[in-house]
Structure formats: structure tokens, C-alpha cells
Write a protein that binds this ligand. Structure first.
Ligand SMILES: C[S@@+](CC[C@H](N)C(=O)[O-])C[C@H]1O[C@@H](n2cnc3c(N)ncnc32)[C@H](O)[C@@H]1O
Length: 286
């Protein structure tokens, strides 16, 4: 694979072609404007989860916005994703859920798990009660469906190695949701590309362990929410072919981009925090 090009979202003219892989530093909504129409075959992405983490960058979604604004901003960004996606293109969208805060506004820092770094809890969304599970993934999925996306599957990413939780009035959470969305009714989906146990067609529950965070070997900070390579690989293999371009508009530490490269795909990644863009380049160089 040829080396990638790194650019700022606001620094260059839109690309006429996506011949080489591109790493864009900036807001997803701005970075997407640089990419050519129908230049991408599939998207594997995990936007910031609502009210869960602070990615320490101006313009981040999910931290200061109300739930409705968060959903609106993903939907508006996904309108731009639709333009850059081929007509038979798809999106794998991984989103996590959360609980309402009730009246507690402060969250104690969790030193063991920096992924819970957000100190301030947002107010409880209207219509919900203290301790309610918000249902963020489905609220977002239905909004995307209303905006014209085909909602094709809900995959349960089961984490056999999920952390224990100190809760005594509900089961411990051990899964996240991954939706498969398509731009059109017919789309590229290779059912033989990945098989489940005993060679059976893939089911909607995928057992994939979270991967341990690698700290301290990069010279730049590590990332609090890294997706397992296995998950990214599986999605890319099913809905794209070698030589296609794969997009992640919320690239984080670049898992989707690394998996795409490994599988012989070109890639486009957009990430807001320049420190994470450095981290992506470091992972790519390893
Ligand atoms: C859940 S993480 C993605 C993790 C990624 N899948 C991985 O494996 O490393 C979401 C990322 O979106 C970035 N982000 C937040 N707001 C953004 C925006 N408006 N545009 C682009 N990236 C944004 C955050 O900095 C964070 O790195």
C-alpha cells in the first residue's frame, strides 16, 4: 500500500480523487467535504458516546451537547457520509448506551479506567427518569432511518471479558451495539467473507474481547476508547473488497484505518484531536 497523506480539514481544496489514503485532522463535518462523491465503499466508525468521555478538543461531539443535539449532529454528519459513499455502500456504526444521572452532576474520576474521564454528568433528558437506560443507540438509529438510511441489522458486540460493574440492581453490561446501515436497498455484502463458528453464516451476536490498552510506547498519549482490530477487520471484510476505500470519520486511534490497510484497502480517516492524529501515524508506522 502506498503511504498516506496527512492534511488539515480546513487547509486544502477538496480532493478530486481518493487515489492514496488520507488522514484528515479536523471536524468530521469539515473533513468529509474534502472527499470526492461516491469514493468510499464502506464506513466503520464509532462516534463519541453521548456524555461519556472528554476527548479534550474544541468541536467534539457528545460532551457539551444535549442528547437531541448530539443525535442531530451525527445525523447531519451522516448526510455528508452518504455523499461520499458509493451507491452500494454501507456503514457499520458502533454506539454505546448510558444511564441518566438523576440529580448527580459530578462523577468521581475513575483512575483505573480513564475512559470514564468525564467529570460532569449532563442533565437528565426530558421525559426520562433517574437511573433510566437512555437507549442512545436506538434513538440514533431511528433518527438515521428517518433521514433516509436503510437500517439493515443490529449486531450485539458481546464482550466476554467485560469489566465487572459495582451494580446490584441490574445485570452487568457486557455488550455494545453495532448497526449496519446502507445507502440503498441493494448493497455490497459478502456473506461468505466471514463465517461464524462451525462455518455457519454469521449471526447477529459477535463474541469479541476488548483489547488491552497499550500505554506508554508511543511517545504520544494513548486513546481511551480503542475498538478491537477483530471487530474492524470483520466489518471491512464483509462489506468491501481489496482496493476499495474505507472511511472512519471519527478515527480515534485509527483502528479502522489499520485494519483497512492490513486488508489491502485504501482508507480515509478524520480525527479532531491532533494528538490522536499523531497516535494514528505512530500506529501506522509500527
Ligand atoms: C469513540 S472514539 C473512536 C475510537 C476508534 N474507533 C478507535 O478504535 O480508536 C471517537 C473519536 O472521535 C473524535 N471526535 C470527537 N468529536 C469529533 C468531531 N466533531 N469530528 C471528528 N472527530 C471527533 C474523538 O477525539 C475520538 O477520538
Amino acid at each position: 500500500m502506498p503511504p498516506h497523506r496527512r492534511v488539515d480539514a480546513t487547509g486544502i481544496e477538496p480532493l478530486e480523487e481518493l487515489r492514496e489514503s488520507v488522514l484528515i485532522c479536523g471536524r468530521a463535518s469539515e473533513g468529509l467535504d474534502l472527499l470526492p462523491d461516491r469514493s468510499v465503499r464502506t464506513v466503520v466508525t464509532s462516534p463519541p458516546y453521548w456524555s461519556l468521555r472528554d476527548y479534550e478538543a474544541d468541536g467534539q461531539i457528545g460532551r457539551d451537547d444535549a442528547l437531541g443535539d448530539y443525535i442531530k449532529s451525527v445525523v447531519v454528519t451522516f448526510d455528508k457520509v452518504r455523499r461520499v459513499l458509493g451507491d452500494d455502500g454501507t456503514v457499520w456504526l458502533n454506539v454505546g448506551d448510558s444511564y441518566t444521572s438523576g440529580n448527580r452532576r459530578y462523577r468521581a474520576p475513575d483512575r483505573k479506567n480513564r475512559a470514564r474521564a468525564m467529570r460532569v454528568r449532563p442533565p437528565t433528558p426530558e421525559g426520562l427518569k433517574p437511573k433510566d437506560l437512555i437507549g442512545v443507540p436506538w434513538r440514533l438509529a431511528l433518527a438515521l432511518q428517518d433521514a433516509g438510511w436503510w437500517l439493515r441489522s443490529e449486531v450485539i458486540w458481546h464482550k466476554p471479558n467485560a469489566h465487572p460493574e459495582s451494580v446490584t440492581d441490574r445485570p452487568t453490561k457486557a455488550h455494545e451495539t453495532v448497526f449496519l446501515l446502507s445507502k440503498s436497498q441493494d448493497y455490497h455484502y459478502d456473506t461468505d467473507a466471514v463465517r461464524g463458528p462451525n462455518g455457519r453464516r454469521l449471526r447477529t451476536v459477535w463474541d469479541i474481547n476488548t483489547e488491552p490498552r497499550r500505554r506508554g510506547d508511543s511517545g504520544v498519549d494513548d486513546h481511551p476508547a480503542v475498538m478491537p482490530m477483530t471487530l474492524a477487520r470483520q466489518c471491512i471484510t464483509i462489506t468491501s473488497e481489496p482496493g476499495d476505500a474505507v472511511l472512519d470519520p471519527y478515527a480515534g486511534s485509527g483502528t479502522t484505518l489499520l485494519a483497512a490497510r492490513e486488508l489491502g484497502r485504501r482508507w480515509a480517516g478524520i480525527e479532531l484531536n491532533p494528538a490522536f492524529v499523531d497516535l494514528i501515524e505512530h500506529r501506522l508506522a509500527r
